[in-house]
Design a protein around this ligand. Structure first.
Ligand code: ZN
Length: 102
């Protein structure tokens, strides 16, 4: 006699999950690459857009952005990123220019 077995949900293999950018909605075939983290993905196009926006927000040329961010104090770095996230939250539909602090 068979015992009623508790059905355990089978995990979906990651390779079958289509990966979409959380910001613009494009899939991995539409862009050069996608960076994923738990619960969020970002495509190469949105990374470039974010760098441009962050560069404008910080008032530094894009080429100086990485060195500046790398050497910025952690709190300052978090402040920049929080400002960007606030702006993303305010505007629906993807990356937007944040402009200088008001
Ligand atoms: Zn994207």
């Amino acid at each position: 006699m068979e015992e009623p077995s508790a059905s355990t949900p089978e995990p979906t293999p990651p390779t079958n999950n289509p990966v979409f950018c959380s910001f613009c909605g494009k899939n991995a075939k539409q862009v050069a690459g996608i960076v994923s983290a738990p619960g969020v993905c970002i495509c190469t196009e949105c990374i470039v857009q974010c760098c441009d926006d962050l560069s404008a927000y910080m008032g530094v040329p894009p080429a100086e952005l990485y060195p500046r961010m790398k050497h910025a104090q952690e709190e300052r770095r978090k402040e920049y990123l929080r400002a960007m996230v606030r702006d993303f939250d305010r505007q629906a539909g993807g990356p937007v220019a944040v402009g200088p602090p008001r």
